[in-house]
Design a protein. Sequence first.
Length: 325
Amino acid sequence: MPAGEVLEFSGLTKRFGAVTAVSDVTCRIEPGLVTGFLGANGAGKTTTMRALLGLVRPSSGTATIGGLAYHELSDPLRTVGAVLEATGFHPGRSGAAHLTIYAQAAGLPGARVDEVLGLVGLSDTAGRKVGGYSLGMRQRLGLAFALLGDPGVLVLDEPTNGLDPEGIRWVRSFLRTLAAEGRTVLVSSHLLAEVQQTVDAVLILSHGSLVFSGTLEDLALQQEPATVVDAPDRAALARALEASGTTFTTMRSGLRIDGVPAARIGGIAAGAGVALSALNDKSLSLEEVFLEYASGAHPPFRAPDGEPPTADDPAAAVPTQGASA
């Protein structure tokens, strides 16, 4: 069984001229987990992954795989499997032929091509030209390429893009299986909902900076409670809240209280003998909390321990399928 490796970013910064794409990213990604790498489009996720895979040179800082930079790995294709895009295929070549070229260059047995095509559900279409593949089929072929060397580390950029619901469920289950085998799985997305049922750990980038590192449970704890309450006698309700030291904002629909759960507000009203006509929990959803982090509206958060839970020639064993910026 292939062993996963720790992925570590230390002060990683990448500038393109006057533009800072990634700024001082420091985090650690552990084997045996599916780690979601989240952020809005343009947040710096792909640049960070490209730095890890040796496709761009950091302006400062480091990105390592098992303590080594990518170019220091003795057998890259058997260590890391990566897909950054599902578009780097020759349209006139069949899926099987595409994988065979890389397998031969890496000294892998031809049987491995059939094996990975079977793993991703492309056995029946292996002989078809890639130009006739749907986006979902190209995503599966990219994943087959990533698995070709049976690596302990998988780095996947938006792997469910273009898949139908059944395909998305399959990817979720497959990634969970790979992590359960002890592999390191890093998967990016700009939508929390796409990976919420899959990931164990979450990293969120906003404008190139790491603003969240922790578990989904840690993210859920950032859901600040908010309550909207009203009463036929709104003045009496306001007096009861003021007497309890509770700050509120008057709205057309009632009084809004941030940071206090609905049950406590109900108790204050009951204790003052104020009958309520409305008591609604208006806390942010987990997706809304994620969007606040992704937009930079939420202060940065790190888990209590300060860390997250944790080239052109095929003969060079190019790490990733689809290497364009």
